[in-house]
Design a protein around this ligand. Sequence first.
Ligand code: HEC
Ligand code: HEC
Length: 357
Amino acid sequence: MRRNGAAARLLAGLILMGAFAPGAALGQQATPPLPAAGRTDSLAASLATANARVAVWDIPDIDLLPDDEEGRLVRYGRSVLEASARHMGPDAADPAQRFAGNNLACVNCHLDAGRKKFGLPLVAAAADYPRYSTRTGETADLADRIDGCMTRSMNGRAMPRDAKPMRALLAYLTLLSSALPKDAKIEGAGAGAIPALERPANPARGAVIYAQTCVACHRAGGEGLRRNEADASFGYGVPPLWGPDSFNDGAGMNRLVTIANFVHDNMPNGVSWVMPALAPEEAWDVAAYVASQTRPHRDGLDRDFPDLLDKPVDTPYGPYADGFSQAQHKYGPFGPIRAEIARLKADKGRVPNPNVR
Ligand code: HEC
Ligand code: HEC
């Protein structure tokens, strides 16, 4: 942001003006948001960094793109994002295109076709890659990052660069970012930052909240609701949260900070971070309940993060550079781990992962 600060502010201003015109993108607040319960800290933080983050952006209306090769590819990409299982799931019509290992859709997590603030938006992705990946220790381009979700969130395999779903997703994501400057940071990126707990998140308390607030949609066994019982490729009306057709244990959604914030700001489906239904504490506990369930396992996770000091504090699998237990990395509290990592960083700079040659 340092280099492009002035340009980004100028563009942010222009985009702000454009936001009041008809056709401005959905899923964002044009006015400063009201503080919600437990949100004051991050609101202050977002105001403090308001100059650096693009608050409102414009996305061309995809349905108005011409019916040429590019327009068709972008529309196909939106469809791959929304009906992933149909195009590339384990039961997709063309066996050569079965890259995903489950019947989730990208949009189940990247809400509103990747446009919802704190719903893991993809609006800035094409502007932000290539970028260094702490998980692999290498520079990742946008296709590599998509494959990160293919192999973990979608529990499948990487796609060849020239596979049609990959080309289409890249075209769609490039269009989403087309109004943003290179390296732009958007307001509402990720899943949010609810206040941390001072105690471990509690799966038993979470089970009670799950039974009250989630079970009607996600079902007692976490299996969700298929659109078509006879054909899994139609995907889910409500996606599973655990079990054999869910994301695997190496996925970002399997980290407590990510899922707690995602649930707080987006669940029950339809709420937003401006007016959440759950208190932060309830979100932590219900997320812990989901995290305590079984899901597909990905081999080789112990080789993630070549520098162990880059490993997010809530990564639920080792090895770790600090002395904290796996249980604390899974359920928190994370404050003490964060402090120890900061101390080790100041002391040693880096701690190589012994499993990476
Ligand atoms: C189970 C939930 C889930 C599913 C399904 C999923 N993702 Fe993700 N995705 C995530 C999480 C969590 C992140 C990390 C977000 C962060 O770090 O802010 C992420 C990050 C990304 C990013 C990087 C965004 C950025 O700006 O850094 C891209 C691109 C992406 N996903 C694409 C996809 C695509 C394409 C699909 C479908 C093939 C998909 N994802 C399916 C959860 C999911
Ligand atoms: C009204 C029905 C409904 C309720 C209630 C609900 N969800 Fe969801 N949930 C959904 C739908 C639908 C999606 C997918 C959204 C999409 O595809 O646009 C989803 C997506 C998710 C995801 C990301 C996708 C995945 O497979 O992991 C998580 C995590 C999640 N919900 C957790 C919860 C939790 C925890 C609760 C209870 C606090 C809850 N939901 C309550 C309908 C619901």
